[in-house]
Design a protein around this ligand. Structure first.
Ligand SMILES: Nc1nc2c(c(=O)[nH]1)N[C@H]1C(S)=C(S)[C@@H](COP(=O)(O)OP(=O)(O)OC[C@H]3O[C@@H](n4cnc5c(N)ncnc54)[C@H](O)[C@@H]3O)O[C@H]1N2
Ligand code: MOO
Length: 396
């Protein structure tokens, strides 16, 4: 049997196989959660003119001043201020031509005949937002591969864009296999378990923009598995859960081979998640995730989500760990890269006692996955260790 391959090689091989979906133009808000296919260039300058950052008075030269008008948002003062003149001004309104400072309303002392004095001498340039300080017309404000979230939608609109170029939402199909899986968790005999991984993988996939198909569990027999593969040939990414190991009833690999799929690799040197399989069938990518629920979760985090991100054109597809202090001493690493489930307490990773790859109770308490590289040195309590944050859109 070929030995398991290292994680980084396996991720690189998967991403090499994955093709990006076609580019389309969509209204800014429909780009939410997708990744830009092209850079965005600003169609206008922001601010388009010098603006006041405070409510008060725009003043020219030294005081006292005479108030000669007002500059409001949407209704700038049209004239030019001469030394000793001022206008009332609102936050965000254009600075009148000739004005060089702002007297905030709290410092303004108003006298007769529109006269103005300042309790504090205004500093020229202070409280003024300069034209173009956010961005200049024609400048590159967003790079290709950037994820479109609320700030990017706002920025694109401010730059004059009504639509964005992003990649089409990929189709994901999830198939969970096993004769023991009960589709209805309320109707689960003693020899069965509720089918769980499909719902979990579906929930994880929703961190990305994706169309998901997820049918009832598939039985552990070759004909059913082959029929399920055929029925899902339109999916960009087909994800199996279960049946990936070496038992007599682990039939995903033979079913894929009979369906004409090409197995790229099987088994990765990680714990949990070793029996992971990656295959292609035409342009379709197929992932065989191990059935143990925690193994399914970890391999979906390390392979399924990166594959979806690559399809969507993300600049960074693979999650990166942060360095977090660990509350406990950890032994040296073994032959498989290991992901330890841990809680976060005041910025410290606290490993959970239960590390079984079947234990969903512990997974549900997990905030971070501590990564122990193959054969890494033992670490003391308090030492910083690589850890992946799970609650951050799955990308640290
Ligand atoms: N002789 C060996 N046995 C095993 C090896 C090995 O190298 N040699 N690897 C072990 C490892 S590691 C894992 S992980 C599992 C993976 O096995 P499978 O992918 O074949 O998974 P199943 O046998 O189908 O199921 C394992 C376990 O998970 C439960 N399961 C499966 N699907 C679901 C689901 N959709 N929802 C909830 N729970 C599910 C299933 O009932 C089993 O309890 O193999 C080891 N064995
Ligand atoms: O690798 Mo298995 O996923 O250890 O339980």
């Amino acid at each position: 049997m070929i030995p398991p391959i290292p994680l980084h090689e396996a991720q690189a091989r998967l991403l090499e196989l994955v093709r990006q979906t076609p580019v389309e133009t969509v209204p800014c808000e429909d780009a939410l959660g997708r990744y830009l296919a092209e850079p965005v260039l600003a169609g206008r300058r922001q601010p388009s003119a010098d603006l006041s950052a405070m409510d008060g008075f725009a003043v020219a030269a030294d005081g006292p001043w005479r108030i000669v008008g007002e500059s409001r948002c949407g209704a700038p003062f049209e004239g030019t201020l001469k030394p000793g003149e001022a206008t009332k001004i609102s936050t965000g309104a254009h600075m009148p031509v000739g004005a060089d400072a702002v007297v905030v309303i709290e410092d303004a002392e108003l006298g007769d005949a529109n006269s103005l004095r300042a309790a504090e001498t205004p500093v020229p340039g202070r409280h003024i937002r300069r034209a173009g300080e956010d961005f200049e017309a024609g400048s590159r404000i967003l790079d290709a591969g950037t994820r479109v979230m609320a700030p990017q939608i706002a920025l694109a609109r401010m730059a004059g864009e009504s639509a964005l170029r992003v990649r089409a939402v990929p189709k994901l199909s999830i198939l969970e296999c096993g004769d023991e899986l009960a589709e209805d968790q309320a109707d689960c005999a003693a020899h069965q378990i509720p089918a769980t991984n499909g719902a979990m993988l579906r929930a994880m996939a929703k961190a990305e923009r994706v169309h998901i198909e997820h049918g009832p569990p598939v039985a552990d027999n070759l004909d059913s598995l082959i029929a399920a593969v055929e029925a899902q040939s339109a999916a960009d990414l087909l994800v199996f859960s279960g049946g990936a190991s070496v038992g007599d009833h682990d039939l995903v690999r033979p079913a894929l081979e009979r369906s004409g799929a090409n197995i790229d690799f099987w088994r990765v040197a990680i714990k949990p998640g070793k029996p992971l399989m990656v295959a292609t069938r035409g342009s379709q990518i197929i992932l065989g995730l191990p059935g143990n629920p925690v193994s399914s979760y970890v391999t979906a985090f390390l392979f399924m989500l990166p594959a979806l991100r690559k399809m969507l054109g993300a600049e960074r597809c693979i999650p990166h760990p942060l360095a977090l202090p660990c509350s406990e001493a950890l032994p040296e690493g073994g032959p498989r890269r290991t992901f330890i489930r841990a809680r976060l307490e005041n910025g410290t990773a606290v490993p959970l006692a239960q590390q079984s790859s079947g234990a969903l109770g512990a997974l549900a308490q997990t905030d971070v996955l501590i990564e122990r590289a193959e054969h890494c040195a033992a670490t003391d309590a308090g030492a910083h260790v690589p850890a992946y944050l799970l609650g951050n859109g799955y990308l640290a």
